[in-house]
Design a protein around this ligand. Structure first.
Ligand SMILES: C[S@@+](CC[C@H](N)C(=O)[O-])C[C@H]1O[C@@H](n2cnc3c(N)ncnc32)[C@H](O)[C@@H]1O
Length: 274
C-alpha cells in the first residue's frame, strides 16, 4: 500500500465535495471553516482514508489526479482543457521516450500531460516568450512533478523550459513531435520542416477556424512536399448526472474550446513520387 508521505500534494474533500489542496509538511497544520487539521494526522495514512478536523468535520484524503490538479492550479494564460489534452496525447501519438517540442508553455497544463506521457526516458522542450508565464508554469509543474530539468516524480520525463520566441527558430533537431498552442502556427512551419524528423507529427491547437484555415492553406501552398494533413478535430464532452430517478445531461457544459490540427512529415523524396 502506497502510504501518504511528507512533501506530497493531497486534496481534502469535504461532505459537499469541496476540495482543499495542501502540500504536507511535518508539524504543520491546515485551517479552514471547519476547524484545523494537523498534517501529521494525514502523513502515513492510506489514500482514500478520512481524517477529522478539530471541529469534528470529516474529510477524505486523496492524491489529486493530473486533471484535478490542473483545474485548481494557478493560471497565467488560458490553459487547454483536459478533454482536449486527452485527445492531443492520442492524436499526436506521444509515446514513452519521445522527444517533444511544445510552444507556448502558457500555464503548463499541456506540458504536464506531455511530461507524464513521454515517461522517464522522454524529453519535453517548451518555448514561452513571456517570462511571467514561464514562471507560473515552472511553479505549477514543480509543485506536481518536482524539480524542472531532471526526470521528475511518478516516472515523468525531463523538462527544458526555454524563454524563447519560436517564430524566430527552433534550436533542437530530429524531434519526434511538435505541439503548438499559439496564435500564428503558420509562422513556425519553416522551422518545423527543418527540425521535425521524417515521420514525425505536428499538432496545432487553435480556437478559431480562421487560424486553422490559414494554417492549412500555408501548408498546402508552401509545404505540400513535406507534410500530409492527418485530420482536423474538435472534442465535445458532456457530463451526466444521476440523482435518484433523474438521469440527464448536466445543464452546463464546456462547449467549443479549440480545433486540433494534425499533420505528418514526409520524406520529401517520397512526396515527389506520390
Ligand atoms: C494559450 S497559451 C498556451 C497554454 C498552454 N498550452 C497550457 O495548456 O497551459 C499560449 C501561449 O503561447 C505563448 N506564445 C505566443 N506566441 C509565442 C511565440 N512566438 N513563441 C513562444 N511562445 C509564444 C503566449 O505567451 C502564451 O503563453
Amino acid at each position: 500500500m502506497l502510504k501518504i508521505k511528507e512533501d506530497e500534494l493531497v486534496h481534502l474533500i469535504d461532505k459537499k465535495g469541496r476540495r482543499y489542496q495542501i502540500s504536507l509538511k511535518a508539524s504543520s497544520s491546515f485551517s479552514f471553516s471547519h476547524g484545523m487539521i494537523s498534517h501529521d494526522d494525514i502523513i502515513g495514512l492510506e489514500e482514500g482514508s478520512t481524517v477529522k478536523s478539530s471541529l469534528g468535520e470529516k474529510v477524505v484524503v486523496v492524491r489529486p489526479t493530473l486533471a484535478e490538479y490542473i483545474s485548481k492550479m494557478r493560471k497565467g494564460s488560458q490553459i487547454i482543457y483536459s478533454k482536449d489534452i486527452a485527445a492531443i496525447l492520442m492524436l499526436s501519438d506521444i509515446f514513452p521516450g519521445a522527444k517533444v517540442l511544445e510552444a507556448g508553455t502558457g500555464s503548463g497544463a499541456l506540458t504536464m500531460a506531455l511530461l507524464r506521457a513521454v515517461g522517464r526516458d522522454g524529453e519535453v522542450v517548451s518555448y514561452e516568450r513571456r517570462g511571467e508565464f514561464s514562471e507560473v508554469a515552472r511553479k505549477n509543474i514543480e509543485n506536481f512533478f518536482g524539480k524542472v530539468g531532471s526526470a521528475g516524480k511518478e516516472g515523468s520525463g525531463t523538462l527544458i523550459l526555454k524563454g524563447k520566441d519560436i517564430y524566430e527558430g527552433i534550436e533542437e533537431e530530429e524531434l519526434d513531435r511538435i505541439i503548438l498552442d499559439l496564435p500564428e502556427p503558420w509562422r513556425v512551419l519553416k522551422h518545423v520542416e527543418q527540425t521535425l524528423r521524417n515521420g514525425g507529427i505536428l499538432l496545432c491547437y487553435n480556437p478559431t477556424v480562421l487560424q486553422i484555415y490559414k494554417l492549412s492553406r500555408r501548408l498546402e501552398l508552401k509545404y505540400e512536399r513535406s507534410f500530409r494533413v492527418m485530420g482536423i478535430y474538435e472534442v465535445s464532452m458532456r457530463g451526466w448526472e444521476i440523482k435518484g430517478r433523474s438521469m440527464r445531461p448536466e445543464h452546463k457544459m464546456i462547449a467549443h474550446t479549440g480545433f486540433i490540427f494534425v499533420a505528418r512529415k514526409w520524406h520529401p523524396a517520397i512526396a515527389n513520387s506520390f
